[in-house]
Design a protein around this ligand. Sequence first.
Ligand SMILES: [Zn+2]
Length: 366
Amino acid sequence: MNNEDARMTRRSIELTKTLISMRSVSGSSEQDSTFLTIVNQVSKIPGARVSVSDNGMSAVFTTGLDDRESPDRPKKSVVFVGHIDTVPPMDRDSWQSSPFEADERDGRLYGRGSSDMKSGLAAALAVFERACREGLPCVVAMTKDEEIGCLGAPSAVEILDRIPMSGMVIMESTNNIIRFGHRGALWLRLISRGKAAHGSNPSLGVNAIVRMMGASAGIQRIPLESDDCLGNETCNLGTMHGGAVPNIVPDYCAGELDIRTVRDHADSLVEYLQSIDGIDEVETEFSLSPVWTDPDDPWVASLPGERDVEPVTYFTEASIFAAQLSQKIPIIVCGPGDPTCVHSVNESVPLQAIAQATEHFWNYIQ
Ligand SMILES: [Zn+2]
């Protein structure tokens, strides 16, 4: 490891600690000020360009893309995507150290966001700073409110589409193992309606809960598909609400489905559910496309590091970029975080993993 490599690794670990100490729970005003602090600091780096989306939900940092030597040959860059928000600390008393101060012990950094995904963002920013010093192309996109529905990513699409990109790295926790995608997510609310009446004379009403129960066999026969790479689609009926008290015939019942998809066929699934007797309305609460990048893609094949062709179990902002970017580019999921402790109490990341991610990300932009 030369001096510059060592400097970059030290910087990456230092930045992880700094980011953990800057609170950024999704939707909070602290997230807004953390976001602005980072934007201000990056804008002071010589050679860095900063674009903040109009709605303030994302920022894109670029460097090395102005090629005055050979203007006819547009340079392309790898784009590192990281969200700045974290989930709340949850059970505060069970933390062994403050969730908002990076605590270093047993070769790990502890703190909220250490794995998901401040270590990844820190590694990308350390690589970005060095790229600025050395004139290499590098792009980092930082988003807000990923944890509450990928709210920031759409605003980065327009900025990124103006940048020639060779590939994208979503820096979610994978222990630095390159992963190639995940299923999509379609969350639907099913509504049955009825007619209220007194519970002592139910024949005067129409029971919405009973209608929904009648629909259940149809819901369980929902036509799901499978895919060689992404596996099987699944459907979970996660909530069911209806009625207020035992002595009123309920006029409303609603259930929520979480369908994990292997291809974009939300319209046909909604149409199927609407055709079931007992379901009056189907509302889409959340819809993310499935994502898959061919492991044999030349850019992906050129990357150093371990790989695993099993899809990741969670969904990521890759869904937004795969569906909305007009440039069709390979997208991988890869970051230093430890997937076993994401969102948990005493979240942590191995220092060694931060160093390895920094080294790999630097190699990605060569
Ligand atoms: Zn995350």
